[in-house]
Design a protein around this ligand. Structure first.
Ligand code: ADP
Ligand code: MG
Length: 446
């Protein structure tokens, strides 16, 4: 946990503004983590409120970047609200505070974004919007599955505009946060200020708009904000995981407005793009890693750039923590920890040893090698054993007799029996086919 915390802090200190980090984020501790959630603690309620209110996106990005999957985040305060540290007044004036409120994350730039077939159009549209905001493509609506770069592109637009003209008011928000701010504004009788804050923006970046499904009252608010900005020629950029008309319960007038400008999608990256993304990451983080491993990771993790990057970072962490070599074996272990693994489609290998196969099958089914090689005949062991034999037969140069020796079996007829068994299972379309595809994917063979 300490290592994870260190990584999180490294990320936050590099990506948040110095003020935000020193005053708020530096206080965050990881107190617990499991598959479903991560529990963070901060010293008091004031810090908690502030982070939830203003710094949640960067914290979320940080966590997504240092862990391998999406988890629910729970933020706890150790003490009650009264005890507020002096640090809370670190912002010297309201103006200074406003500047930092755009919630833009520095790391998300066009320079850091790898363009490939899957995201070409979305990228071109985003660049056009950044260069001529409010003039073309309004709104720009980017949609696609999770982890494909929507937030990155959207933030890149904001960063670009801000860099060229710091006086521009750029506002980034998760739709969910927009909702929370609105609820707060109602509670504190400040809805007018809330409205003005959004309606005075030059650029509104509203992320994950599909969340609107959950809130009819927020749709009303967005509708008016949209019209106010649109008619003042202010730029609006929206993202969602699907097309406007596919978002359930979205009012027709919003569906139509969201399509007034340009609607572009981001697809899953192909092998070349995945590899290029990893290369870029390696370059920017100064990581020493061989092409073979980058190929291997790109081959085995598809359809989600966040996971692709996650695998690389996890490997790096494991290599550093356990002082292991960054080799294919380690990559395989890391990837086994990810659920979204599939068959390979590129750069396949031909030579593979029986030991490698046994090793991977053992890890895949979580059955120790000794048991696979042993005598026990329970089905949870027999299946991996058959699969080992089947794959060794298919991919290695060993003869039947040699395979029997290697696997501790009596003679070549046991080997033939195993191979037949698996072939029959494949023909009968049991789940086995999928298992074998994944295992061969991990072995990087066809
Ligand atoms: P989404 O918003 O679509 O769920 P994100 O924008 O959060 O996805 O992207 C997930 C991670 O993948 C981020 O760290 C982002 O920088 C990275 N990423 C996605 N696409 C690319 C790309 N084409 N080039 C470089 N990094 C990318
Ligand atoms: Mg996103």
């Amino acid at each position: 946990m300490k290592e994870l915390e260190d990584k999180l802090h490294k990320y936050l200190s590099e990506n948040a503004s110095e003020n935000d980090y020193e005053a708020w984020l530096a206080n965050v501790r990881i107190s617990d983590i499991d598959d479903k959630q991560i529990i963070l603690t901060v010293p008091n309620q004031a810090i908690k409120d502030w982070i939830e209110d203003k710094l949640f996106p960067i914290l979320l990005e940080g966590i997504r970047n240092v862990t391998d999957s999406d988890r629910r985040i729970q933020l706890n305060a150790l003490k009650s609200a009264e005890e507020v540290p002096d640090k809370i007044n670190i912002y010297k004036s309201p103006d200074e505070f406003e500047v930092d409120r755009s919630l833009l994350i520095k790391r998300y730039t066009f320079d850091n974004f790898v363009v490939g077939k899957s995201n070409q159009l979305a990228h071109a549209a985003a660049v056009a919007v950044a260069k001529h905001s409010g003039q073309h493509y309004n709104p720009l609506f980017i949609y696609g599955a999770s982890g494909l770069g929507k937030t990155h592109l959207m933030q890149a637009i904001g960063n670009y505009i801000k860099r060229n003209d710091p006086s521009k008011k750029v506002g980034y928000m998760y739709t969910e946060m927009f909702m929370n701010e609105k609820v707060d504004a109602i509670k504190t009788n400040s809805t007018l200020a809330f409205r003005n804050r959004f309606r005075n923006l030059d650029v509104l970046l509203l992320d994950d708009i599909h969340w609107l499904e959950k809130s009819p009252s927020l749709q009303e608010e967005i509708f008016h904000t949209f019209d106010a900005l649109y008619h003042a020629n202010k730029q609006i950029v929206l993202t969602a995981d699907r097309l406007p008309r596919e978002i359930p319960k979205l009012q027709e007038r919003l569906v139509s407005r969201f399509q007034w400008g340009l609607v572009v999608d981001i697809q899953e990256p192909d092998f070349e793009t995945r590899l290029a993304i990893l290369r870029k990451k390696v370059e920017s983080e100064n990581i020493q890693i061989s092409d073979e491993i980058l190929n291997y990771i790109s081959n085995n993790i598809k359809g989600n750039v966040r996971m692709l990057e996650g695998a690389l970072l996890k490997m790096l962490a494991m290599a550093t923590l356990t002082k292991r070599k960054m080799d294919v074996k380690l990559a395989r272990e890391v990837i086994l920890g990810f659920s979204d693994i599939g068959s390979t489609d590129n750069e396949r290998r031909i030579n593979i040893t029986a030991d490698e196969i046994i090793d991977v099958v053992s890890q895949y089914y979580k059955v120790p090698v000794e048991q696979i090689m042993g005598r026990k005949r329970s089905s949870s062991i027999v299946l991996p054993r058959h699969i080992c034999i089947f794959l060794i037969r298919k991919y290695s140069d060993l003869s039947l007799k040699e395979i029997a020796e290697k696997m501790n079996r009596k003679d070549h007829s046991t080997i033939i029996h195993s191979v037949n068994k698996i072939e029959k299972m494949i023909v009968s379309r049991s789940k086995i086919d999928e298992d074998i595809q994944r295992i061969t994917g991990l072995l990087n063979v066809e």
